[in-house]
Design a protein around this ligand. Structure first.
Ligand SMILES: NC(=O)c1ccc[n+]([C@@H]2O[C@H](COP(=O)([O-])OP(=O)(O)OC[C@H]3O[C@@H](n4cnc5c(N)ncnc54)[C@H](OP(=O)(O)O)[C@@H]3O)[C@@H](O)[C@H]2O)c1
Length: 188
């Protein structure tokens, strides 16, 4: 099994990859930029939606026939932030919420073709992406291992850490954690 990194459909041709070689598609690419939902730059938000939502959507459409032929899997790299919206990071949170919905929608079509779709959620991870975050971060290897174990177990959803497990569980609290977590925070 080889591991090939692709940025888009054009890369597939450049790297001489045949669609039928692909058995697992990991939609991992992600971009983040910060700013107020009410006054921040909308261009940044558009760029994030292109990378975090339309990118994985396009890649999944391109590879769906190959994944169906191989009985393979698509991993959707999401986040605990799909379930709440922090101040100054609401646009990124909205992309992950949209990507979560997209993952669930794509699952409907792909599952009947024998393709496992895994939604992968976690809090902060120690990568460049979270360089400016001072809170607790898990190791990237923990995410990879949890995803691989999830593929072995054919799990449609993997909650890697306490942050993702607690955040999802709090959705059904009263009032929902997503309503009050940052209530009163200015400039969100
Ligand atoms: N780190 C965290 O705390 C954290 C928490 C929750 C979820 N996540 C999610 O985990 C995933 C991986 O993030 P990471 O932590 O590994 O961050 P990272 O080290 O910054 O990696 C981001 C990856 O996305 C690629 N990328 C960014 N914009 C792209 C674009 N427009 N087209 C194609 N590829 C693009 C980058 O490729 P290049 O380097 O070639 O630009 C890089 O491989 C993301 O989906 C992120 O949202 C991260």
């Amino acid at each position: 099994m080889s591991d090939v990194s692709l940025r888009g459909a054009a890369d597939i041709r450049c790297k001489g990859l045949r669609h039928e070689d692909v058995t697992v598609l990991v939609n991992n690419a992600g971009a983040v930029s910060f700013g107020s939902l009410l006054t921040g730059p909308l261009d940044d938000a558009h760029a994030m939606f292109r990378t975090n939502v339309f990118g994985p959507w396009e890649m999944t459409r391109v590879f769906a026939p190959a994944l169906a032929a191989s009985g393979g899997a698509m991993v959707s790299v999401l986040s605990a932030i799909a379930w709440f919206s922090p101040p100054q990071n609401g646009a990124y949170a909205a992309t992950k919420a949209a990507a979560w919905s997209l993952t669930n929608g794509l699952r409907m079509g792909l599952e009947s073709a024998g393709v496992l779709v895994q939604g992968l959620h976690f809090g902060a991870v120690d990568t460049d992406f979270a360089a400016g975050y001072d809170g607790t971060k898990i190791a990237p290897g923990q995410v990879v291992n949890a995803s691989l174990e999830g593929l072995e177990a054919e799990a449609p959803e993997v909650l890697v850490d306490a942050e993702s497990r607690n955040t999802k569980a709090a959705l059904s609290g009263a009032p929902g954690e997503y309503l009050r977590r940052f209530l009163g925070s200015a400039g969100s």
